[in-house]
Design a protein around this ligand. Structure first.
Ligand SMILES: Nc1nc2c(ncn2[C@@H]2O[C@H](COP(=O)(O)OP(=O)(O)O)[C@@H](O)[C@H]2O)c(=O)[nH]1
Ligand SMILES: [Mg+2]
Ligand SMILES: [Zn+2]
Length: 286
């Protein structure tokens, strides 16, 4: 028996990495395929190539479906235009599972000041921001944050997740999409795979998406503000300690939005997510 890390899953087969060796295994007995994910640490029989059990997880993301992530690298780019709703939701998914989100602004070879300022204004108090350009051969900020961590790239289609991955792993068979085809809704990254940078650093490229359902967030509406570090620093100046920053008077967050200290778009998206979560809660709690 050995312990290993699931680095790839295809149909009913799992690639289990154990030091320098990789074993292609199947789950044994009552273990179900659907219950094992890339990123899982497993106990396996190296002679019979059976996975015997899955170790306890620190987290399991749904989209992308990867276990035990340390970091979620949320990739955006000037084209396609950032969908900040997806960004906000990915940040919330990461925070709520105890995964560190990092914002990676890719294609900075074509980034203009207006978008750059918008991104900084909305997110510099929320998470670490790095810049990359595959075209400009500039990925060192990304390489830096990947050290010693299990990370996944996530975000919209065509922002350059696979191009970044290919840059780091030139020998791997990674498909980079043709922008025009992807815009017609074709996804090029079909399965998740953890690529090894060194024995304790791994990176997964994942398929992009066009939307993300906030109803899947493991957060109740009244906890939502706790996952907004940029709002939290104003909370002590709101009149009510449980201020939701929506209908209450004397709200320091609303004042900060008016004063353009806080980003209006980020606040408007917050209200929409809050409302969805509130309705969800009412459905289940009457
Ligand atoms: N200008 C520019 N284009 C890029 C950059 N990175 C990726 N692309 C292009 O963006 C398109 C989509 O890339 P891909 O990696 O497939 O995106 P994914 O869907 O996020 O995996 C391809 O045409 C890439 O060549 C970059 O840094 N600068
Ligand atoms: Mg891709
Ligand atoms: Zn408030």
């Amino acid at each position: 028996m050995k312990e290993g890390l699931i680095v790839k899953k295809l149909a009913d087969k799992f690639w289990v990495k154990c030091f320098q060796d990789t074993y292609v295994c199947m789950p044994k007995g009552t273990l179900k395929n659907e219950g094992i994910f890339v990123g899982d640490k497993v106990v396996f029989d190296e002679k019979l190539n059976f996975i015997l059990s899955v170790k306890e997880r620190s987290s399991l993301l749904i989209r992308p479906p990867i276990a035990n992530l340390d970091q979620l690298i949320i990739v955006i780019s000037p084209t396609p235009k950032p969908d900040f709703f997806i960004v906000d939701k990915l940040i919330l998914f990461a925070f709520s599972y105890g995964i560190e989100p990092i914002l990676c602004v890719n294609k900075c070879d074509i980034l203009d000041d207006a978008l750059n300022n918008e991104i900084l204004h909305a997110y510099s108090d929320v998470l670490k921001i790095i810049k990359t350009s595959v075209k400009g051969n500039n990925i060192f900020e990304l390489l830096n944050v990947l050290k010693g961590k299990i990370s996944a790239l996530a975000g919209q289609s065509a922002v350059g997740k696979s191009a970044l991955t290919k840059k780091i792993f030139p020998n791997e068979d990674i498909k980079i999409g043709d922008l025009s085809k992807i815009e017609r809704g074709k996804h090029t990254t079909r399965h998740s795979e953890l690529f090894e940078i060194d024995s304790n650093s791994f990176l997964a490229d994942t398929s992009g998406f066009t939307s993300l359902d906030e109803k899947l967030l493991p957060i109740s509406y009244f906890e939502l503000t706790l996952f907004y570090p940029d709002f939290l620093k104003y909370l002590s100046r709101c009149k009510y300690r449980s201020c939701s920053h929506i209908k209450e008077g004397n709200c320091a967050v609303k004042d900060a939005v008016k004063a353009k200290e806080l980003n209006v778009g980020r606040y408007e998206r917050y209200k929409i997510i809050y409302e969805t979560l509130r309705k969800e809660w009412q459905k289940t709690h009457g």
